[in-house]
Design a protein around this ligand. Sequence first.
Ligand SMILES: [Fe+2]
Ligand SMILES: [Fe+2]
Length: 120
Amino acid sequence: MDIAAQLEIHAKQELDHALIISRQIDYLGKMPAVTPKPVRTSEDAEDMLRYDLDQENETIRNYRDRIRQCEALGEFAMAEQIRQILVQEQDHQIDLATALGEDVPDVSGGPQARPMRKRR
Ligand SMILES: [Fe+2]
Ligand SMILES: [Fe+2]
């Protein structure tokens, strides 16, 4: 598999995600943050793929939470937009795990997996 070509496709998709999310934030009447999180880098290609995979895992957990929040608020169209992004993020995760020769990580135990507190 040509990993460099795959990553080039991912990068273009990530830009699309940023634009879609920016539109949704604008719809909510807010301004998107423009300060990126620090980026971990390494001279070692395998380490770089590992860092990238870690980020995709976190992204997937976060988007799953955002979808649940959108649905709870009745923002079904926004949930749909994020679902489409999530499909691509899971593809990124699969591509990176495959490039590392690993199984796709199980990220189902995200913050949302905490047991819901019963209401009194
Ligand atoms: Fe993305
Ligand atoms: Fe991604």
